[in-house]
Design a protein around this ligand. Structure first.
Ligand code: ZN
Ligand code: ZN
Length: 268
């Protein structure tokens, strides 16, 4: 069986329900070989005024210290220090200021034009725009994010915009958006994430959609795999299924970050 890895997880330092220690304990019990801690990076107060989802600036170094401590305690697990960074124009300055010794940066788009699109309690952006316009705007920003000068290691949940299970009924539009996304990732030389998180959303299936993953494969974009766990019970959730899903799209290997800042390849 292919070794288990999980390259996207959250802890109580941001909006996760388990501590880093609890995530690590669960990973060790499952025989996970690489776990990336990727709490939500520090956000400007205009986006997250009460730090409801992001690590507060004053805790950025505390979070990283927590990861270092757990790494020393569990030498059998390669514990990677990372962040999930929301992309917005100008985010680089904040990332350089607070990233610390993190070696793995996920790029994400959860907000469009300063408004969240993945909050089930606030669907106002969706109410104010046509479905096809939300999708088009999402991929426009996502393609920009690929080219962010900070150089993201991998792009998290590439088609997060599908989380509600609402997909424009327009095959030509989807083909065009997927092709543009794949070109943007290939040109930027960034990896993309295959994630089981969509399976617990109304969408009910993995990110990205099969056609988008096939487009990434056609453009030779490497992949990482992840649960996006917000509780230790979901660590490495359905990662074996993600391997099979990626294989069906043509992939024969996944990229896995190392705690020393390098990469290794795991054959599928
Ligand atoms: Zn995310
Ligand atoms: Zn996440």
């Amino acid at each position: 069986m292919t070794e288990l890895v999980d390259c996207h997880t959250h802890s109580t330092h941001s909006d996760g329900r388990s501590t880093v220690a609890e995530n690590v304990e669960r990973a060790v019990s499952l025989g996970v070989t690489t776990l990336a801690c990727t709490d939500h990076f520090v956000l400007p107060s205009t986006m997250d005024p009460d730090c409801a989802c992001s690590v507060p600036a004053h805790d950025a170094s505390g979070y990283l210290a927590d990861v270092r401590r757990e790494r020393e305690l569990h030498p059998q697990l390669d514990l990677v220090s990372g962040w999930e960074c929301d992309y917005y124009p100008g985010c680089e300055d904040m990332i350089e200021r607070y990233r610390g010794d993190a070696t793995f940066l996920l790029g994400s788009v959860h907000a469009l034009d300063g408004r969240w699109i993945d909050d089930p309690d606030d669907l106002s952006y969706w109410d104010d725009h046509r479905l096809r316009d939300v999708w088009t705007r999402y991929f426009e920003v996502w393609c920009e994010a690929c080219a962010c000068p900070v150089g993201f290691s991998s792009m998290a949940h590439p088609d997060l915009v599908s989380w509600r299970g609402l997909v424009p009924d327009d095959a030509a539009l989807l083909d065009d958006l997927y092709e543009r996304a794949a070109c943007a990732a290939a040109e930027a030389g960034v990896r993309v994430e295959v994630s089981s998180a969509g399976a617990i959303k109304p969408l009910g299936s993995f990110y990205p959609a099969p056609d988008l993953l096939r487009a990434f494969h056609r453009h030779h974009v490497p992949i990482t795999v992840a649960s996006d766990a917000h509780a230790c019970q979901r660590i490495a959730d359905r990662v074996a299924d993600l391997y099979e899903y990626a294989r069906r799209a043509g992939y024969r290997a996944v990229d896995v970050p190392t705690s020393s800042g390098g990469w290794r390849s795991v054959a599928l």
